[in-house]
Design a protein around this ligand. Structure first.
Ligand code: GAL
Length: 667
């Protein structure tokens, strides 16, 4: 259960009543009830209405609105309203505006126009949050706090003088003295040695590549600067309402914020997710995001805080979700641990930049709209899933992700700029998704003992502790699959000498002499032990075996005959290594072998295109069967069950229509 105030699966959306005359509110709550909405996020962008002039507050409208919700049994995820400062903040404190790397000031007129290190923003935001918390702490509709909105979405870093000073304080705290900083940043290179703290700047636009560790530390700092703002608000809210859960909405695999660190400071993880309906693999990417959210919260249930009913407004061409897709993708989120399904937004705006973004209540009359019918249907579906509360996923496979590694991997001046974190991760996630193997994400330094298989995509930056953690996982009997360009640098982005990949040579039973980045569009040939051939691209490692066996070798290039994919028995387990990026055909074969060796697999058989996910507790087990295909699909059931969505008993063959879904109670 996400919040004791809503002892059900949460259903609702962002509600922005300040955009509408009060005469519309009564219609809003009537429709909310018709759709089984039980929670709305209120006030996210209402700072200018709540505090029209500095220290002049107007809470009357919000009082009336919350009372109206209360009368109608709808709870509030009350926002702190700090996401978009009113114009007066910039007028009174122009230094609160963010500045880009190139020195461009970002002005008011859109949203999120504040520097994360601005004292004025911080003080004014704290003042507002304190008043909101004080006023509504005992209001019966208060179910959850929604802090700010998508921290860092538009402005994730600022290069102004206040940010520079804040960055220096952060660095002093990290390094203590300048000598240590000079050492960590490798400033002997290009005469970059710092003699005084005030010589240090954020990595503003410079003649050429900025110092990599400076860039890496600025990423760490920028995530922490935003996190500091979140924590400032959270402390105020905690002080007023120690028992009301606090969240801030994430954005999936969002590079600027280290969500492992953030999630640990939230009571509930929540996410905004806008898969592109015109992308045939959108549901796979969506599944990957949902698995991340569940993992960030340590396996606890999370809330899908925002998605669209039909269309967004911010792509070049905003393809709609066809009928049925919104329901299917929502149920996918529930399958992967969400106990709340919400939308941006409740009522489609009449004015402003998002007027063509779909909402639960469309511009046209709801009764004339298929999307409203779908909104009502989903609301009803979710009322049937209360039993899921307390059930969890059952992954025994973990994919490693570490924001430090992501940041470092994608800095400039690498053998190939095309080795990208999310692509590398997706490349390994996708075949697991297709095989319906349940997957968690994990930090490389975290406890891996509950997993049988660990996948380490491009683990370029690794600390000594994390390297040891991965090694001991295999020693203790685990199976590891690691992809190229792993174990290359330490936490300062300094190369680990002694032969690549220094911390993993023994574990993998090999050394790498050098890397061969493949040109754009170029492919190579792979030959397997069994005589089959496949293709590969992007990268080739020059691998020398030191105990590992070659499963596959390169069949062309000056390195033809050298190992491309290897396996090493180590301790009680085994470590596979991918020294290139093979094609999907090969990856399917390899992952089948790796999963079989690790003893991990799908919860049940399913035809291609059908996703099968289990959630269970000690009392109950539920199997989600989701057909993402455009054809009907037949799934063979292992025994008689009941489909909670249709209420029908099922046995033998379960036929799912295109975009059809079933939630089967197994026991
Ligand atoms: C999110 C944001 C919402 C809305 C939505 C549109 O990024 O939190 O306020 O702008 O996108 O898709």
């Amino acid at each position: 259960m996400i919040t004791p105030k809503v002892p059900h699966i949460i259903y609702g959306g962002d509600y922005n009543p300040e955009q509408w005359p009060q005469s519309v509110w009564a219609e809003d709550v009537r429709l909310m009830r018709a759709a089984n909405v039980n929670l709305v996020s209120v006030g996210i962008f209402s700072w200018a209405k709540l505090e029209p002039q500095p220290d002049e507050y107007d809470f009357g409208w919000l009082d009336r609105l919350l009372d109206l919700l209360h009368e109608n049994g709808i709870m509030a995820n009350l926002a702190t309203a700090t996401a978009s400062p009113p114009p007066w903040l910039a007028r009174l404190y122009p230094e609160s505006l963010p500045v880009t790397k190139d020195g461009v000031v970002l002005h008011p007129g859109a949203r999120q126009h504040y520097c994360p290190s601005s004292a004025a923003y911080r003080e004014r935001a704290a003042g507002l949050v304190g008043r909101i918390a004080e006023r509504y702490k005992d209001h019966p509709v208060l179910a959850m706090w929604h802090v700010n909105n998508e921290y860092g979405c538009h402005v994730s870093e600022c290069y102004c003088d206040a940010s520079a000073a804040h960055f220096r304080r952060w660095l002093e705290n990290r390094y203590g003295d300048l000598e240590r900083l000079n050492e960590a940043w490798g400033t002997a290179f290009w005469s970059q040695r710092y003699g005084r703290w005030d010589e240090i700047l954020p990595p503003r636009s410079a003649p050429t590549f900025a110092n990599p560790t400076q860039q890496l530390d600025f990423r760490r700092f920028s995530s922490d600067a935003l996190l500091g703002l979140y924590e400032m608000e959270r402390e105020i809210l905690r002080g007023a309402t120690p028992d009301v859960p606090v969240t801030t909405n994430f954005m999936g695999f969002f590079k600027p914020a280290d969500y492992w660190k953030w999630a640990g400071r939230e009571d509930v993880v929540s996410d905004d997710s806008y898969p592109d309906p015109s992308d045939p693999e959108a549901h796979v990417l969506a599944a990957m995001n949902r698995d991340l959210m569940r993992s960030l919260g340590g396996g606890n249930s999370w809330v899908l805080m925002e998605q669209t009913t039909v269309r967004v407004n911010w792509r070049r061409r905003n393809a709609p979700k066809e009928p049925g897709r919104m329901r299917l993708w929502s149920l996918q989120a529930v399958a992967r641990g969400a106990d709340g399904i919400m939308f941006f937004q409740w009522r489609q705006s009449k004015a402003g930049a998002e007027k063509f973004h779909s909402a639960m209540v469309p511009h046209v009359r709801p009764e004339d709209s298929r999307s409203w019918a779908e909104v009502k249907r989903l609301g009803e579906d979710l009322t049937k899933l209360d039993g899921l509360s307390g059930t969890r996923g059952e992954a025994r496979t973990a994919v490693l992700i570490d924001w430090d590694n992501w940041w470092a991997l994608e800095l400039d001046s690498k053998p190939s700029a095309d080795v990208r974190m999310i692509e590398g991760l997706y490349f390994l996630y996708r075949p697991l998704f297709e095989a319906n193997v349940p997957v968690d994400f994990a930090h490389p330094g975290s406890d891996l003992s509950s997993y049988d298989l660990v996948i380490a995509p491009n683990l370029y930056l690794v600390t000594d502790e994390a390297a040891e953690n991965v090694r001991s996982f295999v020693e203790d009997g685990g199976t590891l699959l690691m992809s190229f360009f792993s174990g290359i640098v330490d936490e300062n982005d300094h190369v680990r000498l002694g032969g690549y990949p220094a911390p993993f040579k023994d574990l993998l039973g090999l050394t790498i002499e050098d890397f061969v980045p493949l040109a754009e569009g170029a492919t190579g040939c792979l030959a397997t032990e069994e005589g089959a051939s496949f293709s590969c691209d992007l990268w080739a490692d020059l691998v020398h075996l030191r105990g590992a066996e070659a499963l596959t070798t390169f069949a062309d290039g000056f390195y033809g005959g050298m190992p491309a994919v290897t396996r090493n028995a180590y301790g009680g387990g085994s470590a596979y290594y991918l020294g290139t990026r093979p094609d999907a055909g090969y990856m399917g074969v390899l992952l089948e072998r790796v999963c079989a060796e690790a003893g991990v697999g799908a919860p049940s058989e399913a035809p291609p295109g059908v996703e099968v996910v289990r959630r269970r507790s000690t009392e109950a087990s539920y199997l989600f069967v989701l057909n993402h295909g455009e054809e009907a699909a037949d799934v063979e059931l292992e025994g008689p069950t009941v489909d909670l969505l249709s209420g029908a008993g099922r046995d033998g063959t379960l036929r799912l229509e295109p975009f059809g879904a079933a939630v089967l109670r197994e026991w």
